[in-house]
Design a protein around this ligand. Structure first.
Ligand SMILES: NC(=O)c1ccc[n+]([C@@H]2O[C@H](COP(=O)([O-])OP(=O)(O)OC[C@H]3O[C@@H](n4cnc5c(N)ncnc54)[C@H](OP(=O)(O)O)[C@@H]3O)[C@@H](O)[C@H]2O)c1
Length: 337
């Protein structure tokens, strides 16, 4: 098969389209003929060589695919030819991918492959953070960093479906997009200090901040919380510089800027800091499966609409990554085959 392979850690240009051995599914696994691949920010960090647990190059990145079932050895509800979306552990930027059969989900006929590939990582991260770990209720206020991005759009849609009030940041060029997707309090982080905006609208603070930025951002996000406020820490975008090259000093600086959080201070303030990492749900995979079924039901009920901002063919994986480094994306970026 053909695959987009990271030949060595570094900038997007290190992608190469190569012939690669076809994956062979074992019992309990499912081989998918891939039609669309969701690109995640984690893929960029892996390509740069600054994401824990990344294989040594050459490797194929990617955590989610949509396509048709090619083979399913062993007994499962899936059949060859079924349209599915599946969650892989790497190895998604390719013509074929293998995933655990219970990590593949049948998709409705109306859902295009590109849209389906935009669902698992983004919507599960947002859903798990806000409702499973964060227990948000209708009327609660949630602050969403990078609200125009993949997880951001998913969080805005899920929040609106549950009657939450949203604050969301993005660069200047994306402010109309934030309004279009229904962010109640859009914030241009290049012009406004987000803590000031939150405190102006909600002087006593809000119930949740979803923060995947890290570095200096975590301390500022904590300052937005009111009594019973929850900070969800789920990423470290600040580690990635605009060039897309690997810079360990940059990552180390952003790491050093993170606050050291005192448990007693959390108690005094009735605050919680929650870590979320979908890739580390070992032993609790059934939770993600249940959440995925809820998310697909929300799609069928017309309450969420995956937004694919741009697609690139597989042989342009480098351009797709560059597009995200340049902060041009609104919604999800998807590779098509
Ligand atoms: N823990 C988990 O399980 C989990 C799962 C999924 C995603 N995540 C994390 O969630 C975050 C969002 O992921 P995503 O895949 O949905 O990506 P995304 O938000 O679509 O990422 C691109 C956007 O992030 C913003 N951004 C902020 N800092 C950036 C930087 N240093 N370089 C480039 N862009 C930057 C830019 O938008 P603006 O400039 O408009 O803000 C950019 O357009 C990432 O940190 C990711 O690692 C974590």
């Amino acid at each position: 098969m053909r695959a987009a392979v990271v030949r060595k850690y570094g900038p997007p240009e290190n992608f190469e389209l190569r012939d690669w051995p076809d994956p062979v599914p074992k019992s309990g696994e499912c081989l998918i003929r891939v039609r669309a691949v969701g690109i995640n920010f984690a893929d960029l960090l892996q390509r740069m060589g600054i994401y824990p647990g990344t294989p040594k190059p050459p490797f194929i990145p990617g955590f989610e695919v949509a396509g048709t079932v090619e083979q399913v050895p062993g007994s499962t509800a899936l059949r060859p030819g079924d349209r599915v979306v599946g969650m892989t552990r790497f190895n998604a930027y390719a013509e074929f991918a293998v995933c655990a059969a219970n990590a593949a989900f049948a998709i409705p006929d109306a859902l295009r492959f590109e849209q389906a590939a935009a669902i698992p990582v983004n919507y599960l991260t947002a859903f798990h953070s806000m409702f499973e770990m964060g227990n948000l209720r209708p009327g609660d206020r949630v602050f969403i960093h990078s609200a125009a991005g993949g997880v951001g759009v998913a969080a805005v849609q899920l929040a609106r479906a549950r009657g939450l009030v949203t604050f969301g940041t993005a660069g200047s060029a994306k402010q109309d997009f934030l309004r279009k997707i229904g962010v109640d309090h859009p914030i241009d982080y290049t012009r406004e200090d987000f803590v000031e905006v939150v405190r102006r609208v909600a002087p006593a603070g809000i119930e949740m901040v979803l923060d995947p930025i890290g570095g200096k951002s975590f301390a500022k996000s904590l300052r937005c919380l009111g009594t019973m406020g929850r900070l969800v820490v789920f990423g470290f975008s600040a580690a990635a510089g605009p060039s897309g090259k690997r810079s360990l000093p940059r990552a180390a600086k952003a790491f050093a800027q993170m606050p050291r959080i005192s448990p007693l201070k959390l108690m005094e303030n009735n605050h919680a800091v929650i870590g979320v990492h979908l890739g580390r749900m070992r032993g609790r995979e059934e939770v993600l499966r249940r959440e995925m079924e809820e998310v697909l039901a929300l799609y069928s009920a017309g309450q969420i609409h995956p937004v694919v901002g741009k697609t690139f063919p597989l042989d342009q994986a480098a351009a797709a990554h560059r597009y995200i480094h340049d902060r041009q994306n609104t919604g999800k970026v998807v590779l098509t085959i």
